[in-house]
Structure formats: structure tokens, C-alpha cells
Design a protein around this ligand. Structure first.
Ligand SMILES: [Zn+2]
Length: 274
């Protein structure tokens, strides 16, 4: 499942390629699962809008759309996309063969097409007429140390589980939770509410650092993630603990351990993390 850095990479790639283009028409497939708003609503909302910007909000990709007839250029509509496990939004030319599991096609004035392809159908498309879509939780790239520390105040869950809780921070998934806990030197099972302020400050710094590095490298290519142009990311080469069970810690050579926390495989160094 793509996490924050991958979604950021995809949103930036889409923005670079189709910002300013106009949606002429929309085709929607027969499967209902991908449509969080009704297909009728989506089909009515999108045509005749110009793509003002594409950006990431949490793990969602938001298309800010302006009606072509709008005089003030104000965003009048948002097209919101969650990629789920296997969802991809591709920019294609119409001659390209339409892949299996294509659930939506938006034809653009430039002649290109935006195609939403999702074999496992956990991805979701919706439209909103208000431009305030912010998703749940706090944005990890901009949260202050103060706000960050408050999120975990009195939480009895393990810190790893709290990092994955999308109501607290949005967009942090398994890879970046494990990697930031390693860099902060904190054991994943520690009770979130019992971490000291110094530890939380370290974690705050480590999480931002890991996410920024991953964005710079185009995300992590695990399972079948690729960006809007079909390129793989490279952050997986920087993983220090994630999926490195039994391999020597890059800092101290102790074998990396794995445990299951809240149903998720969790990787850590028993010596560097306390
Ligand atoms: Zn170590």
C-alpha cells in the first residue's frame, strides 16, 4: 500500500503532467466499489472543469478543479482519490491499450486520458463541492514538535501502533513508522504516553527526516508501487530495519528482530532501540 512519500511522489508527478488541462468527459466502469461518491455524481461533476492543482492530503490525492465558466478562478470542485492497495492513476494517450481493471477514464482537452486502474478495488474515487477536504489526522510533514508531543499524551497503545493511527497522523504507514522509530532509538512496543519529551522530539525529527528523504528518492518500491510515469522509487535501498529481519543492524551489527504489533510486522534493532 502506498504511504505518504509514494502518494506525494504520485501527486507531484500528476501535477507536473496534467495541471492546467481540462476534463472534457468521463467514462466510469461497471464495478461500484471504486466509487465513494455515486458514479452519477462523479460523471456530472468533472466534465468542463480545469485542473488547477493536484496535491497530496494525507494519503489522498486531491485534484482542485475550477469550472471553465468561473470568472474568479475559484476552486469549485475537488476530485479525491485514494489509491488503496493497488490503485494507479495513469496519464495515457488514447491509442494506448486500456488495461484490465480500468474503472474510470477522464478524457482531457489535450487529447490525453487519465485512467484509474485498480485490480484489487480498494482504491476510492469521490468528488466534493467544498474545497475544504483535509482528511482525518495531522499532517506529519508540517506538525510542530509541540503538537506532535500532544498527540501521544496519555496514550496507552504501543508507539508503533500510535504512529500508524491515521486519526492522529495521516499517511504514516508500516515502513516509515519502523524506520523513524529506529532512527529515534525507540522500541516499537513502548507505551506512547510514557515516552519522554526528549524521545518524542527525537521521533518527531526522525519521522520528518525519513519522509523527506523518501520523497526525494521517489518513495519506496515495495509490492507494485510505481509513480504516475511508471517509475519505481528508490527509498527501499535506504531501509535500515524494514524487512531486514535477521540481517545485521547497520549501526551495531546486532541482528534485526521482527515482532507482530497490532497485526503488522514490526522491525527493530534490540540494541539501538530502547
Ligand atoms: Zn543496532
Amino acid at each position: 500500500m502506498p504511504e505518504l512519500p509514494e502518494v506525494e511522489t504520485i501527486a507531484r508527478g500528476l501535477d507536473k503532467r496534467v495541471r492546467g488541462d481540462v476534463i472534457d468527459s468521463v467514462w466510469l466502469g461497471k464495478h461500484r466499489e471504486p466509487f465513494k461518491s455515486s458514479p452519477r455524481e462523479i460523471a456530472a461533476a468533472l466534465p468542463g472543469t480545469r485542473i488547477a492543482e493536484i496535491r497530496r492530503v494525507g494519503k489522498h490525492i486531491v485534484f482542485d478543479l475550477v469550472r471553465k465558466t468561473s470568472r474568479n478562478g475559484k476552486v469549485s470542485m475537488q476530485w479525491i482519490l485514494h489509491l488503496g492497495m493497488t490503485g494507479r492513476m495513469l496519464v495515457c494517450s488514447p491509442e494506448e491499450e486500456i488495461p484490465k481493471h480500468t474503472h474510470a477514464i477522464a478524457t482531457l482537452s489535450s487529447g490525453r486520458e487519465l485512467r484509474f486502474v485498480d485490480p484489487r478495488r480498494f482504491g476510492r474515487l469521490s468528488v466534493a463541492t467544498e474545497q475544504g477536504f483535509s482528511g482525518p489526522g495531522t499532517e506529519p510533514l508540517t506538525v510542530t514538535a509541540e503538537e506532535f508531543a500532544k498527540l501521544f499524551h496519555r496514550r496507552k497503545t504501543p508507539i508503533k501502533a500510535a504512529l500508524l493511527n491515521q486519526k492522529l497522523l495521516h499517511g504514516v504507514g508500516n515502513i516509515y513508522a519502523d524506520e523513524s522509530l529506529f532512527r529515534a532509538g525507540i522500541r516499537p512496543r513502548r507505551q506512547a504516553g510514557r515516552l519522554t519529551r526528549a524521545e518524542l522530539d527525537r521521533l518527531h525529527g526522525a519521522l520528518k527526516e525519513v519522509l523527506r528523504e523518501a520523497i526525494k528518492l521517489g518513495g519506496s518500491s515495495v509490492s507494485d508501487y510505481v509513480d504516475a510515469e511508471g517509475r519505481e522509487g528508490f527509498f527501499q535501498l535506504q531501509h535500515r530495519v524494514y524487512l531486514r529481519t535477521g540481517k545485521p543492524c547497520l549501526a551495531c551489527k546486532t541482528p534485526i528482530k521482527r515482532l507482530v504489533l497490532g497485526g503488522r510486522g514490526t522491525h527493530y534493532c534490540p540494541k539501538c532501540q530502547r
